[in-house]
Design a protein around this ligand. Structure first.
Ligand SMILES: NC(=O)c1ccc[n+]([C@@H]2O[C@H](COP(=O)([O-])OP(=O)(O)OC[C@H]3O[C@@H](n4cnc5c(N)ncnc54)[C@H](O)[C@@H]3O)[C@@H](O)[C@H]2O)c1
Ligand SMILES: N[C@H](CO)Cc1c[nH]c[nH+]1
Ligand SMILES: [Zn+2]
Length: 428
């Protein structure tokens, strides 16, 4: 791994290079065309794109409930138990995120409040092939369920040998309402505009490749979308108390996701830096996904040696990683030093994959530096809020002058008169 020993200011400049986003105009255009076609021709267009891009001739877009049940029955007891444990902990964690709105009646004659309402129908995109993670289905669908969403419509590209049973089983466990075997920009368009078989949704969540991400950006406004999740990232802060082979293992756990994944270690210990770098090379050699992890480590991985622990935090806050491991002595004391991170893993035993699978907090997290302004996916992403007010005649009378003054200042005479009408001689 690249090892830097530079000043904080120089390191911050290097970090910026790793977080610049680009737009591909050619893909933008192609995706716009796909969306337009699906909007105009519905299922017919979706089926023709599935044939073109996935090489599958589809009669039925929907996977039947029987197929879901069969998939669920076919998975091993170990996998069923693991999915159920994940389900239990994701549920009990996310239940704590539920918001109930509020009512304020502190002022005489005035009731003000906010009510929280679940979205009616949401779409969940599950990427195709090896990127179709059952755990991600749970992480997306369970918060929606807990929020009270009526219908969760899942889409995933068709596979020549059929969709993996683990994916369909996870959909069943998570309580997904319907699964459609469609993918790419055509699936996003179908969810946004509806077709003869695919119902139109209010919001689309879930990761995908560049066609999916571009389509989500283009249908935004017609529907809501979650964050556009980029490649996985791990940042680790470690001192001499950490164990090099564990740090290397954790860095590689995210590097194996994607060639564009980021794995970064920031330390104040030079010996540790060299030992971790050597360990990464050693462990890479035996990984089945070596080809992917190697590129990620070479292109975007690095180790930075800083002078002090406060400098380590300052640099990591600039990186704003999706996952941040704090492998320092007495890690909990540093929670308040962390400003920017999607999810924080404190101490030796909070290895990142614990959070990917069973701890309970969501693993759909802000990437690419967006943890500076975004939060993990949560129950709050599947609700909307509506404010409400009720005033007595006396309470309105007290505010009348202020309302009419503001209305007439803005040149809005009808606004002023609407409120004054409540005090006309014959007003009931
Ligand atoms: N951040 C996360 O949590 C996370 C998790 C899993 C996967 N991912 C990302 O999801 C992506 C998975 O990618 P994938 O390709 O395997 O699955 P995908 O489902 O995202 O994309 C497959 C679809 O892309 C469309 N497509 C392919 N080539 C096309 C072309 N030339 N023109 C138009 N459409 C085309 C097809 O319709 C196909 O169904 C990866 O980029 C991975 O990084 C992210
Ligand atoms: N670490 C990924 C998010 O960055 C989530 C995931 C799913 N499966 C394994 N890992
Ligand atoms: Zn992971």
């Amino acid at each position: 791994m690249k090892i830097y020993k530079k000043s904080l200011a120089e390191m911050k400049k290097i970090v910026v290079r790793y977080t610049t986003q680009t737009t591909d105009l050619q893909i933008e255009k192609q995706v716009a065309e796909i969306i337009e076609n699906v909007r105009a021709k519905g299922d017919e267009a979706v089926k023709s794109y599935e044939k073109k891009f996935d090489g599958v001739d589809l009669d039925e877009l929907r996977i039947s409930n029987n197929q879901l049940e069969e998939a669920y029955q076919s998975i091993s007891p170990e996998l069923k138990d693991a999915l159920k444990l994940a389900e239990k902990n994701i549920k009990n964690y996310h239940e704590m995120e539920l918001q109930h709105g509020f009512v304020d009646a502190a002022q005489p004659g005035i009731i003000r409040g906010q009510k929280v309402t679940p979205l009616e129908r949401v779409g969940l995109y599950v990427p195709g092939g090896t990127a179709a993670y059952p755990s991600t289905i749970l992480m997306n669908a369970l918060p929606a369920k807990i929020a009270g969403v009526d219908e969760i419509v899942m889409v995933t590209p068709p596979q020549k040998d059929g969709i993996a049973p683990a994916v369909l089983a996870a959909a069943k466990i998570a309580g997904v309402t319907a699964v459609y075997q469609i993918g790419g920009a055509q699936a996003i368009a179908a969810l946004a505009y509806g077709t003869e078989s695919v119902p139109r949704v209010n919001k689309i969540v879930g990761p995908g490749n560049i066609f999916v991400a571009t389509a989500k950006k283009q249908v935004f406004g017609q529907v809501a979308i979650d964050m556009v999740a980029g490649p996985s990232e791990i940042g680790i802060l470690a001192d001499e108390t950490a164990t090099p082979y564990q740090l290397a293992a954790d860095l590689l756990s995210q590097a194996e996701h994607d060639k564009r994944a980021r794995a970064i270690l920031i330390t104040n210990n030079e010996e540790l830096a060299t030992a971790v770098s050597d360990e990464v090379e050693k462990q890479l050699a035996v990984l089945p996904r070596k080809a992917i992890a190697e590129v990620a480590i070479k292109d975007r991985g690095f180790i930075a040696i800083m002078d002090s622990v406060p400098e380590m935090f300052a640099l990591m806050n600039e990186v704003a990683p999706e996952h941040l491991e704090v492998q320092l002595a007495d890690p909990m004391q540093y929670l308040s030093s962390i400003r920017n991170a999607g999810s924080v893993f404190l101490g030796k035993y909070a290895s990142e994959p614990l959070g990917d699978y069973v701890a309970g907090p969501n693993h759909v997290l802000p990437t690419g530096g967006t943890a500076k302004f975004s939060s993990p996916l949560g129950v709050y992403d599947f609700v909307k809020k509506t404010s409400f007010i009720q005033f007595s005649k006396e309470a309105l009378q007290k505010d009348l002058k202020a309302i009419t003054t503001l209305a007439r200042t803005e040149g809005l005479e009808a606004h002023a008169r609407a409120v004054e009408s409540r005090f006309k001689g014959d007003a009931k």
